[in-house]
Every structure is written in structure tokens, then in C-alpha cells.
Design a protein around this ligand. Structure first.
Ligand code: TRP
Length: 331
């Protein structure tokens, strides 16, 4: 009996935050027991938009790796690796580029969106246009069945299927069609009430110290109309309550909401409860991370052997792809 294969990647374009933890990592950890999982650090993808300043790339790669492991990714169950250590991704990318009509890439919604959203960086590059195609290569080179991603990634999955189909049409059946594994991810707001994102500088990072986490929560805004302690508040207007929705148990959410509406509790009380619940979630991760950070050789080892394992699978696919196209010596 062969298990279905899951693949997903994460870009080391910054430090991981608690939104990444509940939005992706916790789900990845769960999938490990049901599927044959491949999880990787998409360092080439980070370069597509951050090629001009790579000064923190290594730091981010380490942060992503360490926090993934601390959150429960288990190299004994899953293949954990780095994209740039599996050159087969690049080889498939170049082969796919031959059959990819430019308009397919130009019409991917994230392309124009991000280009206009990101200021101060020139994203008018070949690599950035090819971002979704590189992602297609990531997925197809493992013949993944399922790809756990957020809705924002759906266009990339769609183009992956289309490109796989086109390859199969020209050269014969090599690639199965991958499916998204869409889970109902809770939306995590940042300290300013907008979506938690490094672009907004409103993140609670997994690498923040307990003191930093506490300070960030304590200085968050709440219902702007609740000025005095005796004022009644509206939890729906408070970013702190939004975080309770994700990080506190249902009962406690109800208590806090009721306390806010009736002015039975103050904003500080409400924040203290949130801090306690966040600490309960993060403490085991912090502990594990500290142990891992003391063993850089072991981290190197995990990525080395994960990448070697990934290459075995990827090179089989590449053999088939080359044969299907008719590459190689004529003997
Ligand atoms: N584009 C994905 C993101 O930003 C990261 C990624 C790169 C990925 N390659 C992938 C995700 C392959 C799933 C499969 O989140």
C-alpha cells in the first residue's frame, strides 16, 4: 500500500510568525502521520523578490528550519529539505519554461498584485515572472498528490495543473494532477489589527522572547471607543479579541467578550489572559528551539539527509521527463 504524497514549501523571506504557525505549520505537522510528506525551504523563491539584499537570507533559512522542527516537523517522518540543494527543481523549471506560454504567467493574479504592492524593489524580472512556474516544478518533480496551501496560492496550483497537462499532451503521461489541501485556516491579525504580515511590521514572531511577546500584546490597541476602564467595549472592534478567537478556548473567548461588553474586565485583564494562552502554546516551541539552536551540526545534517532523500525521488521523475522529451545521447 503506498501512501499519498504531500508536498509544501515555505519561503524564507522573513522570520516565521504566529500566523504561519496556525496557518500552515500546525497543519503540516498533522499531515505527517497520514501521508508521505515532503516539506522544504523555498530559498530560490525568496530570491525572486529579494535578490538585491541577501544579507539576512541565511538567518531566515535557519529561523524557518528551526521553528518548523520546534513546532513538530519530524525528520523521522517527513522529508525536510532545502530547495536549492535539489537541483532537479531547476532542471524541471527550465524544461517547463520551454512549453509555458508567456500569457499564462502574466495573467497569474499574484504577479501584477505583488508588483504594484511591493515598493522600492524592482520586480520586473524574469525570475519573478517565473515564480509560479518554479513552484510548479517544485510540485511536479515529486508527483505530489496534495499540496497544503492557503487560498492565496490557488492560482499557482491551477497553473501547475495546466502546465503538467501540457507537458503530458506533448510528451506523454509523466505528471499526475496535484490537488490543493485547503484547510480552514484561522485568519490571524497583527498587533495593529491588519492581517499579520511582515510587510506591515505587525508580527509576533516565533523567535520573539517571552518579554517581547508580552510587550507587543500589552501595547496593542483595543476597541478605540473604550477609553476609560468603566466604558463598555465592543470585542468585535478589538484586535486583541481577534487573537483570542484563535488562541483562547471557546469558553474563555465568551467570558472575555462578555467582560468587555459589560466593563466587568479591563483591557489589561483581557490582554493578560491572551498572553497566558500564547505562552502556553509557545513555551514548548521555545524550549525545543533553544535545544536545536545549540546543535548547528545536527541542523545541517537534517537538511543534508532530507535533501539527499528528496533528490532520489526528484531524479527519478527527471529521468522519466528527459526520456519522454527525447533528451540524451542517441545511443
Ligand atoms: N509560494 C508559496 C508561498 O508563498 C511557497 C512555495 C514555493 C510552495 N513552492 C511551493 C508551496 C510548492 C507549496 C508547494 O507560500
Amino acid at each position: 500500500m503506498s501512501m499519498k504524497r504531500v508536498l509544501s514549501g515555505i519561503q524564507p523571506s522573513g522570520r516565521l510568525h504566529i500566523g504561519n504557525l496556525v496557518g500552515a505549520l500546525q497543519n503540516w505537522v498533522k499531515l505527517q502521520d497520514q501521508y508521505e510528506c515532503y516539506y522544504f525551504i523555498a530559498d530560490w523563491h525568496a530570491l525572486t523578490s529579494q535578490y538585491a539584499d541577501t544579507s539576512r537570507l541565511k538567518e531566515y533559512v535557519r529561523d524557518v528550519l528551526v521553528n518548523c522542527l520546534a513546532a513538530g516537523l519530524d525528520p523521522g517522518k517527513s522529508t525536510v529539505f532545502a530547495q536549492s540543494r535539489v537541483p532537479e527543481h531547476a532542471e524541471l523549471h527550465v524544461l517547463l519554461s520551454m512549453i509555458t506560454p508567456l500569457p499564462w504567467l502574466e495573467r497569474v493574479p499574484t504577479y501584477k498584485e505583488k508588483q504594484s504592492e511591493v515598493k522600492g524593489r524592482d520586480l520586473n524580472t524574469y525570475g519573478f515572472l517565473g515564480y509560479p512556474l518554479l513552484q510548479s516544478a517544485d510540485i511536479l518533480v515529486y508527483k505530489a498528490d496534495y499540496v497544503p496551501v492557503g487560498v492565496d496560492q490557488m492560482p499557482h496550483l491551477e497553473i501547475t495543473r495546466e502546465i503538467g497537462r501540457r507537458f503530458n499532451h506533448f510528451y506523454g503521461n509523466v505528471f499526475p494532477e496535484p490537488e490543493a489541501l485547503l484547510t480552514d485556516f484561522p485568519k490571524v491579525v497583527g498587533t495593529d489589527g491588519r492581517k499579520m504580515s511582515k510587510t506591515y511590521d505587525n508580527c509576533i514572531f516565533l523567535s520573539d522572547s517571552p518579554e517581547e511577546v508580552e510587550r507587543k500584546i500589552r501595547t496593542m490597541t483595543t476597541d478605540p471607543q473604550r477609553i476609560k476602564r468603566t466604558d463598555r467595549g465592543d470585542p468585535a472592534l478589538s484586535p486583541v479579541f481577534h487573537l483570542h478567537r484563535v488562541f483562547s478556548a471557546k469558553e474563555e473567548q465568551d467570558e472575555v467578550a462578555e467582560g468587555c461588553r459589560t466593563a466587568a474586565i479591563g483591557c489589561i485583564d483581557c490582554k493578560k489572559i491572551l498572553i497566558r494562552n500564547l505562552f502556553r502554546l509557545l513555551e514548548p516551541i521555545w524550549e525545543k528551539r533553544d535545544t536545536l539552536l545549540q546543535k548547528p551540526a545536527m541542523l545541517e545534517d537534517i537538511v543534508e539527509s532530507g535533501s539527499a532523500k528528496a533528490r532520489e525521488t526528484a531524479s527519478q521523475t527527471m529521468h522519466e521527463a528527459r526520456e519522454a522529451i527525447g533528451l540524451g545521447l542517441p545511443c
